[in-house]
Design a protein around this ligand. Sequence first.
Ligand code: ZN
Length: 352
Amino acid sequence: MSVPHSGNLQNQAESPVPKNTRKSTRRSFLTKSLATTVIVGGGLYCAGSQTGLNERMQGGEFNSASGGLTSFFKDILLFLGTVTGWFSYMERKREKLYGHYIRIVFYHSTPAESVPNLRKHFAFFAKQYEPAKWDDLVGMISGERPWTKKKPGILISFDDGFSSNFEYARPLLKEFGLTGIFLVPPGLIDKHHTNQEILLAKTPEKNQVVMTWEQIKVLMSENHQIAAHTYSHHHFRIEDSPAVLHHEITECKKVLETRLAHSVTTFSFAFGSDDVYQATAYQEIRAAGYQYVLTTLSGVNQFGTNPFLLRRTGLVTDMSIARLRLNLLPFARYDPLGDNRAEYIAKRAKLK
Ligand SMILES: [Zn+2]
């Protein structure tokens, strides 16, 4: 389990609050964090180990198909978090103690029936966070452009390039002034729709088709960000040949850049399970000239976050606001699942 650095806490030394009060506030916050890390972390771990933490559960740790005791446990946590005001408490405190950050969340398809609830999600983001742009994110992690807004920043990403994202999520983004990141596997765009459905059947959303090149260009003209999502929504494996890696990573970039007449500097793995983060894939990603990699590691992005391990938190459109808050909650950079996975993945992908 992670213990907060003292460095950030020392930044508060010039605060006008009396020393003793500060100390006890800090202590009480840390005690609460520790206790809830154990409880929530345990719950997350149970949920994670049941589902394998793959893209099928990217709807969010709390929306997986696991039932029985785990589900009961999660509902209790939700209830307690809401009635005790703990959600709000943690949201207010974590940035104060751990510094500024920008969060990226991700959805998959956003069909018409999801719009009423998705509007609630976006309204929540617009209220609790400050809409961020892609440049804010990359400027912040490198330190070139610190995030100085009062609230943490938010970016909304959408995996797999579903046309429903263009049709239904795009107007909502506009309504709330939010910026989207759209993860596109270019190999799916020009395929016949039947092929798209076969390829996308690997993801939870079936019977959906992907956006057209024209629609993607419109998104770019509206300052949304486009990221490569492998050429054919490929699941990287250790046995992948150099030719496959080249096609899914380098060729993917070339096709996107040619068709969009714009540089594409961000890559994202398809299927978020740990085994896709192969060292050979990262070598190809570097060689191809990508500068950023979006992952499915939950947590938030701060100054110093590895640009090849950008954090994103998975959500689904029909999640209640209470569940959404619980998913976003924990501990800023001390996400019990995200941190452990980040360390493991950085090691296996030789990013250290
Ligand atoms: Zn995907």
